[in-house]
Structure formats: structure tokens, C-alpha cells
Design a protein around this ligand. Structure first.
Ligand code: ADP
Length: 227
């Protein structure tokens, strides 16, 4: 684990006026690894993703990605400068923007022709070529999720975070989408941290499953067991 791409040590956090959510939590994620975080509701899984993304400021501890500090005492890299993609629960697509414009949203730093090229590439990568002009409400749940993934990957992150990515899909769609996502992440060699409370989802998509409880992360290290 010494060459982990993501390394978190001694991470602590409380929401204002709340009790501690994370207490000196630590975890390492290897390059190209898909790690699934499980654990009871309220144990701090989403909060850990928010801290990695830079949406919350830790009270203690260090987050390193590819050897670079994202958070450490006295240093906090802004969210938009972190090479981290975040697929939120419920996808959080912009309802008033088409699929193309949703994907282009994080690419305002590129000139127009480069931006269009990256959007095209990612429409193709996620099999969304025919849907670029649609609005989110004109898409199925599985298609919306593909747009959310395309939007995150278009910014070329080193790490992808996904919060309960399969929870609002019906059971028929769910197993298809889950294996599509796994194949895509493997094809791209992405490193990913996925929060899921569902044992079947975790077992199917994970290289490794770890459990959180009591504000810390319990390393299990074992390969997932399929039921
Ligand atoms: P999980 O993802 O494991 O269900 P969360 O990270 O969402 O857990 O929440 C961890 C704890 O922090 C819970 O007790 C929750 O009520 C609390 N919490 C989450 N978000 C906030 C917030 N914005 N303000 C205050 N407390 C919060």
C-alpha cells in the first residue's frame, strides 16, 4: 500500500455543532483500483467523499493524491483545482442544460473547438451520441447516470468518486448499468471510490470492499464475495 494513489491519514471532521463524523480515519487506494465503501447509514461515507472532493474542510489529517497534497493542516486545495471527479447521488445534472452542455460545463477553461472535441469523445465513450441534444428529464435513469459519468470523466480526473450510483435504478437496469460502469472504469484504468450500502452492488463492482463504522475506516482488504 506504500504506492497508493490516494492516501488518507488521521482524518477527522465534524459538521458545525455536530458530533464527530470522522475520527482519525485512514485509507489507501491503489492506482486503477475500484474500492467500495460500505457501512451503516450515517456512518460518514458521503462525508468522506465530500472531504476528498474538497467540499468540506477537515479538522485534522492529510489527503494525498498521486503524491500531491489535497488537504493537510494549513493547506486546502480548492475543489475545482483537485483532479477528482464526483458523481453525486441522484446524478445532479443541470435540468436546464442539454446532455452536451452538461458535459461541457466543467470544460470552460478549454477553447471552443477543444471543448467540443472532448464533449464528442465522451458522448461516444458512454454511448450517448444520439442523446446530445436531449434534456435530463428526457432520459432514463441509466442514461442520466451515463451523462453524469461523462461529465465527471471529461475533466480527466485521476480519481473518480461515486455516491450510491445505482440506488435509484430499477433492478433490471441496475445489474446492466453496474457491469457497464465496471467495464468502463477498467477499460480506462480509473481509480475509483464508490459508496454503496448494497452488498450485491458492492460485490459486483468492487476490487476491494472496506467497511466504515464509528467514524473510522476498517480495512478489510479481501476480494469481494459474490452471492
Ligand atoms: P452516510 O453517507 O454514511 O450515510 P453521511 O456522511 O451522510 O453518512 O453522514 C454522517 C453524519 O453526518 C450523519 O450523522 C449525518 O446526520 C451528519 N450530516 C451529514 N450531512 C450533514 C450536514 N450538512 N450538516 C450536519 N450534519 C450532517
Amino acid at each position: 500500500m506504500s504506492n497508493a494513489l490516494l492516501r488518507i491519514t488521521g482524518l477527522s471532521f465534524s459538521y458545525p455543532n455536530g458530533k464527530p463524523v470522522l475520527r482519525s480515519a485512514g485509507i489507501g487506494v491503489d492506482a486503477h483500483e475500484i474500492l467500495v465503501l460500505t457501512g451503516p447509514s450515517g456512518c460518514g461515507k458521503s462525508t468522506l467523499l465530500r472531504l476528498i472532493a474538497g467540499l468540506e474542510v477537515p479538522t485534522a489529517g492529510t489527503i494525498l493524491l498521486d503524491g500531491a497534497v489535497l488537504s493537510s493542516p494549513g493547506r486546502m486545495v480548492p475543489t475545482e483545482d483537485r483532479p477528482v471527479g464526483y458523481v453525486f447521488q441522484g446524478h445532479a445534472l443541470f435540468p436546464h442544460l442539454t446532455v452536451q452542455r452538461n458535459i461541457a460545463f466543467g470544460l470552460r477553461h478549454l477553447d471552443k473547438s477543444e471543448r467540443n472535441k472532448v464533449v464528442e469523445e465522451h458522448l461516444e465513450l458512454l454511448g450517448l451520441e444520439e442523446l446530445g441534444d436531449r434534456y435530463p428529464h428526457q432520459l432514463s435513469g441509466g442514461q442520466q447516470q451515463r451523462v453524469a459519468i461523462a461529465r465527471s470523466l471529461a475533466r480527466k480526473p485521476k480519481l473518480l468518486l461515486m455516491d450510491e450510483p445505482f440506488s435509484d435504478l430499477d433492478s433490471a437496469t441496475r445489474s446492466t448499468v453496474r457491469s457497464e460502469v465496471k467495464h468502463l472504469l477498467k477499460r480506462l484504468g480509473m481509480t475509483a471510490v464508490i459508496v454503496s450500502h448494497d452488498a450485491q452492488d458492492a460485490a459486483h463492482i468492487a476490487d476491494r470492499i472496506v467497511e466504515m463504522s464509528n467514524g473510522s475506516v476498517l480495512q478489510q482488504g479481501a476480494s469481494p464475495v459474490l452471492h
